[in-house]
Design a protein around this ligand. Structure first.
Ligand code: HEC
Length: 142
């Protein structure tokens, strides 16, 4: 039982790696696209745990485009995942969802020596992250 479980996990990981590679090829550009967040209030350098832009209309708009440029190739257009990466519409709303969101956004995800999601914090910045979170909350599904 355990053995089969492990084999299934490994082949799922291979499929994941292969599909990420092919979607990267299909979409060409994998360089993170800078996000203009100058219209949003400054929130300082220290990483927050709660979304300071929740329900902020300007942030929602910026977040939608930032998502499309930096996240959609793995998490799917309009946040509807095609299965390569988790469907972000199901993230919890509110504070606990915020905390998990920003943790992954900032640091990405790597295990078993493979990068599943690259860290986004240093390249895109905290303001862009919270803008994306604000937009994602408008797409939330239970
Ligand atoms: C190269 C593909 C890729 C890109 C680009 C990417 N992600 Fe991810 N993301 C993943 C994968 C794969 C996981 C699952 C990681 C795991 O299970 O360890 C994930 C997990 C997450 C999670 C946790 C979801 C959960 O249900 O636990 C969040 C939040 C997230 N990503 C946000 C983002 C945001 C925001 C962006 C764009 C700024 C982004 N990701 C860009 C591949 C990607």
């Amino acid at each position: 039982m355990r053995k089969y479980g492990r084999i299934a996990f490994l082949s799922a990981a291979c499929v994941l790696a292969a599909s990420v590679a092919s979607s990267v090829l299909a979409h060409g550009n994998v360089t993170p696209q800078a996000v203009d967040t100058s219209a949003l209030p400054d929130i300082g350098e220290a990483w927050l745990k709660q979304n300071p832009y929740k329900d902020n209309a300007a942030a929602i708009k910026i977040g939608e485009s930032a998502y499309g440029q930096n996240c959609a190739r793995c998490h799917g257009l309009e946040a509807e995942s095609g299965g390569i990466a988790p469907d972000l519409r199901y993230l919890e709303l509110g504070e606990s969802g915020d905390e998990w969101f920003i943790e992954r956004y900032q640091h990405g995800s790597a295990h078993d020596g493979k990068v599943y999601m690259p860290p986004m914090g240093d390249v895109l910045g905290q303001k862009a992250g919270w803008a994306i979170r604000s937009w994602l909350e408008t797409k939330h599904q239970e």
